[in-house]
Design a protein around this ligand. Sequence first.
Ligand code: MTE
Length: 323
Amino acid sequence: MLIKRQRGFDLPESSATAEDLFHQRRTLLKAAGFGALSAGAGLFMGQARAEESDPTADLYPVKRNESYSLQRSLTDESLTSTYNNFYEFGSHKQIWRRAQDLKTRPWTVTFDGLVEEKREVDIDTLIRAMPLEERLYRHRCVEAWSMTIPWSGFPMKALLDYARPLGSAKYVEMQTFMDPSVAAGQKQVWYPWPYGEGLTIEEASNDLTFLVTGAYGKPVAKQYGAPLRLAVPWKYGFKSIKSIVRFNFTDERPATFWETINKQEYGFWANVNPEISHPRWSQATEKPLGSSDRIPTQIYNGYGEYVADLYAGMESEGDRLFR
Ligand code: MTE
């Protein structure tokens, strides 16, 4: 984003996990129990303990929805869990250790604004009320690196049914927790904390829009944005807000974190388009984490068949739809 690029993604091709290998590991996970798999995969024990003691750990792994598959290898968990953007914990990619300080229970999610009734719900009650499934998604950052991740969670459409927004709501604004005592980045007053993002109600209702509660067959690790994170894979990664505490329904387009910082570089729509470069990064190609080669980027990150209709008739937005 605004910082100089780290070179942490320059890892060998051999580190990427083929999808069938991941399937085998997943079967192992079921057979041997999660602890054994973690040790076998060489994951970090502190993090693994946190995931095991998660009050929703019994729900995972969840059934995969085969409609969302990939023509790419999955990226190995050891890579995706150690190369993250989570500015609350620092502006470099290796924040995963610091993110372990985040206390994810108790955790309350608020639904307010233009809703039938304001609601506050405990995260475990919410997760248990939602139709959980696994989806394999691409994840493309405006910094021109990409990953493929097995997320678990539920369609945002189900959350809208739960929240019951009024017909007058046009947007849903989402906010991350605010606690500078655990997230030192939030002491940096030049950032517009708390991190906020927004979608139109039509975008939020799209089949692809997913709320993440798990990854790699277990509760989602803190550095990915536990306990609740958005995944909108046709948009640049900065739209996928982490560690959400609030959904505010509104009829005004919300000001988002990165747009507030620099609206020339980061807009509200942020749809992936290889032909429209960011001022500092060409978007024509991307570097999959764990690969030494760049690959061509696709419009809407390859998800045009699901989402292109959302933007029909919006030609007047021009390039702004894609930054
Ligand atoms: N959400 C919060 N709360 N704070 C952040 O700094 N970074 C965003 C997005 N969501 C961010 C966030 C950016 S810039 C990206 S690319 C993705 O999270 C990174 O997700 P990942 O670390 O799981 O790859």
